[in-house]
Design a protein around this ligand. Structure first.
Ligand SMILES: C[S@@+](CC[C@H](N)C(=O)[O-])C[C@H]1O[C@@H](n2cnc3c(N)ncnc32)[C@H](O)[C@@H]1O
Length: 389
């Protein structure tokens, strides 16, 4: 059976966006799977298709293919080749091996934590392919184990069951990972995302480089999760305050502090909005602050409200910084474009009456590449700001 798109759906695919919405598809199959995609003028390529999903078509191959399955697995080979050197030379590291649409493997993420792989497949057509995916990952990478972490609520929107299951080898509850001089334990089956926020790895290492030897005294890591930014700051500061609203996250952060012998971390379970306001009222001062909130805009309609929330925390953080201090601030909302993020930061700086210099303008790490024609792949905005006065 072939899947036929409307002219609008076809135009999107011709512009090399892999997603087509249900409303832009003329004929859909009853069952999820891999199907040829046609526009009003003929064949366009091959896609993972799910009639039950709002994003019904996810292209993995543009143009004709004699053997579409071979084309799909070639995309996997290319994704692994791209990261091969890092996987081979840094066996204890955390590394994203497959980044979904940006690797033309829609809805699929594979992360490696010290060579224990965590797979997340959020498109229904992957389900019957998991056996073959496992064999191919084993053959290419010889990992210690492979876990399917299929517990995200988004699977329900695809009509998929939620479960966590070992696909191959041995997957311990915790794995120790290295990131520069920092060691941390990842709760593979129970952690947020695939266990850690690997997209910020390069930014954490960068921030440590900026802070090393600066003579800074106090740091604040807000929205800290397992405390990784704080652990990178700890050796270079007298004290770092670590804040998260999740007790489970702070328990991981405490464990990680112990693992690194970092005795200068103070943990506070709190709502960041309340805590920053209280610190401002108390006239506290910091030399470096990290703001790495969750995605405030889950949908496009939330954009304005999300920008107001981002502005609130950034404004407070800018007020708390000593002159010469650094603010490392991020947004991982797909629905907040980079230009809006920087406009929000400028507005926060103006309202805080501070002169702020942009030292770094970055995104997610190199192993989470972006596609020019798919802005959604560039979701993480990360700015390193210096307060001059
Ligand atoms: C993107 S993660 C942080 C990742 C972390 N910086 C890292 O590098 O691993 C966001 C964190 O914010 C926490 N969080 C969500 N809402 C919060 C709130 N209102 N106040 C404080 N923490 C919050 C979540 O529990 C989560 O751990």
């Amino acid at each position: 059976m072939k899947v036929v798109l409307t002219p609008r759906g076809a135009a999107r695919v011709l512009a090399r966006h892999p997603w087509v919405w249900q409303s832009d598809v003329r004929t859909l199959p009853d069952e999820p799977g891999i199907y040829p995609i046609y526009g009003p003028r003929g064949p366009l390529g091959w896609a993972l298709v799910n009639p039950r999903s709002l994003i019904s078509v996810r292209m993995f191959h543009f143009g004709p293919a004699d053997d579409p399955m071979a084309a799909l697995w070639r995309n996997l080979e290319r994704a692994l080749e791209f990261r091969q050197a890092a996987y081979a030379t840094e066996p204890a590291a955390g590394l994203r091996l497959v980044y979904a649409e940006a690797d033309l493997l829609p809805g699929l993420a594979v992360d490696s934590y010290a060579r224990h792989l965590v797979v997340q497949a959020h498109a229904a057509a992957w389900e019957p392919l998991l056996g073959e995916l496992t064999l191919r990952l084993e053959a290419a990478l010889e990992p210690a184990g492979i876990l399917a972490k299929h517990d995200a609520p988004v699977r329900e929107r695809e009509g998929l069951e939620r479960y966590v299951r070992t696909l191959a080898g041995r997957v311990p509850e915790r794995v120790e990972v290295r990131e520069g001089a920092v060691r941390y334990r990842v709760a593979l089956a129970r952690g947020q995302k695939t266990g850690a926020f690997l997209d910020q790895r390069d930014n954490r290492l960068l921030l440590e480089d900026y802070v090393r030897g600066r003579g800074f005294r106090r740091g604040l890591d807000v929205f800290a999760y397992e405390g990784l930014f704080a652990l990178h700051l700890a050796p270079h500061l007298e004290a770092v305050d670590v804040v998260d609203s999740s007790a489970a996250a702070l328990a991981l952060a405490r464990e990680n502090a112990e693992l690194n012998g970092a005795a200068n971390l103070n943990f506070t379970e709190a709502n960041a909005f309340d805590l920053l306001r209280a610190k401002e009222r108390a006239g506290e001062r910091y030399d470096v602050i990290v703001l790495d909130p969750p995605a405030f805009a889950a949908r496009k309609a939330d954009r304005e409200r999300a920008l107001a929330a981002y502005k609130e925390v950034n404004l407070r953080a800018l007020k708390l910084l000593a002159p010469g201090g650094l603010l490392a601030t991020a947004s991982c909302s797909h629905h907040v474009p980079e230009a809006d993020f920087y406009a929000m930061l400028a507005s926060a700086a103006a309202d805080a009456h501070r002169v702020v210099r942009v030292r770094e303008r970055r995104g997610q790490g190199w192993d989470h590449p972006t596609l020019l024609t798919v802005p959604e792949t560039h979701y993480l905005k990360f700015a390193l700001l210096e307060v001059l006065t």
